[in-house]
Design a protein. Structure first.
Ligand SMILES: Nc1ncnc2c1ncn2[C@@H]1O[C@H](COP(=O)(O)OP(=O)(O)OP(=O)(O)O)[C@@H](O)[C@H]1O
Length: 246
C-alpha cells in the first residue's frame, strides 16, 4: 500500500531560550492511502502540532512532510496553499464555520475558492450521507453544535481531498454526538476512500479508527492496530508502568 502522507523526523520548537517548548521531538510516521488513523494522547502531547505541520499549516523546526509524493515546500506559502487545497481537507474543533454564510455556502467555499464547478450529484450525496441536507439554508449559529461539526465534515469532504486531517473534531460535544462525528469520518474512509487522520483524547473515539498512535511528550509512545477500548487501555497502562518509578 502506498503512503499518501508521511512525516520524517519532525521536530517543532515553539519560542526560544528558556521559554522554548519542544512540541514535537523527532516524529516519523507514514499513513497509507484509504485508512483511518487516530492520534491519542493527553493535552499538550503534540497532537495538534503534528496535524498542523502534516497539513502544511505550520512549518516544522526540522524534518519534512510528503503529501501525495510532493515534499511540502514550507518556505513557499503559495505552493503550499495549492497542495493543501488540492489534497487536504481540515476539520477543526468546533465553530470554525463562517458565521454570515449559510451551511451550504460554508460547504461550497473551498471549491469556490479553487474556482471549481460544483457537481450537484456529488454535493447531494455528501450532504445526505453527512445528515445535513435539511440544514443547508441555515446560518451556523442557528444549528446545534453537533450539526455544525457535521457541516464542517461535509465541507472537508466536498472537494474530494485524498486526506482529511481532523483535529479533535468532537471537542466539547456530548458522548453520543462525538461518536457520531467519528463514525462520519469512518464513513469517509469506507465510502469515499479517503485517508483520515484524527487527533483525540478520548479512548472510545480512538477505538473507532483502524490504527491508534499514542502520543506522549511530543513523541510516538506506541501503536495499536485494529484497536478496541480494552487493547488501547492495556497499551496505555503498559506505558504508564514503563515511565513510572523503577
Ligand atoms: N503557538 C504556540 N506557541 C507556544 N507553544 C505552543 C504553541 N502551540 C502549541 N504549543 C505548545 O506545544 C505543546 C504541544 O501542543 P499541542 O497543541 O500540539 O498539544 P495537543 O496534544 O494537541 O493538546 P490538546 O489535546 O490540548 O489540543 C504544548 O506544550 C503547547 O503548550
Amino acid at each position: 500500500m502506498t503512503d499518501i502522507l508521511s512525516a520524517s523526523s519532525l521536530t517543532k520548537v515553539y519560542g526560544e531560550g528558556p521559554l522554548a517548548v519542544r512540541a514535537l521531538n523527532d516524529v516519523s510516521l507514514a499513513f497509507p492511502r484509504g485508512r483511518f488513523a487516530a492520534i491519542l494522547g493527553p493535552s499538550g502531547a503534540g497532537k495538534s502540532a503534528f496535524l498542523h505541520i502534516a497539513g502544511g499549516l505550520d512549518a516544522p523546526t526540522s524534518g519534512s512532510v510528503t503529501v501525495a509524493d510532493l515534499k511540502l515546500p514550507f518556505a513557499d506559502e503559495e505552493a503550499l496553499a495549492r497542495i493543501r487545497s488540492e489534497h487536504i481537507g481540515f476539520v477543526f474543533p468546533g465553530e470554525n464555520l463562517l458565521p454570515h454564510q449559510t451551511a451550504r455556502q460554508n460547504i461550497e467555499l473551498p471549491m469556490r475558492l479553487r474556482g471549481e464547478k460544483l457537481d450537484e450529484g456529488w454535493y447531494s450525496s455528501v450532504v445526505r450521507t453527512m445528515g445535513v441536507a435539511g440544514a443547508m439554508d441555515e446560518l451556523p449559529a442557528r444549528l446545534p453544535r453537533a450539526m455544525q461539526q457535521r457541516v464542517a465534515v461535509a465541507r472537508a469532504i466536498l472537494g474530494r481531498p485524498a486526506i482529511i486531517l481532523a483535529d479533535d473534531p468532537a471537542h466539547s460535544l456530548d458522548a453520543r454526538a462525538s461518536l457520531e462525528i467519528v463514525e462520519l469520518l469512518r464513513l469517509c474512509v469506507r465510502e469515499f476512500g479517503q485517508t483520515v487522520l484524527m487527533s483525540t483524547q478520548d479512548l472510545a473515539e480512538a477505538a473507532l479508527a483502524e490504527r491508534v498512535i499514542l502520543f506522549s511528550d511530543g513523541g510516538v509512545a506506541g501503536e495499536i492496530s485494529d484497536p478496541t477500548p480494552v487493547s488501547i487501555l492495556t497499551a496505555l497502562e503498559a506505558l504508564s508502568l514503563r515511565s513510572g518509578p523503577g
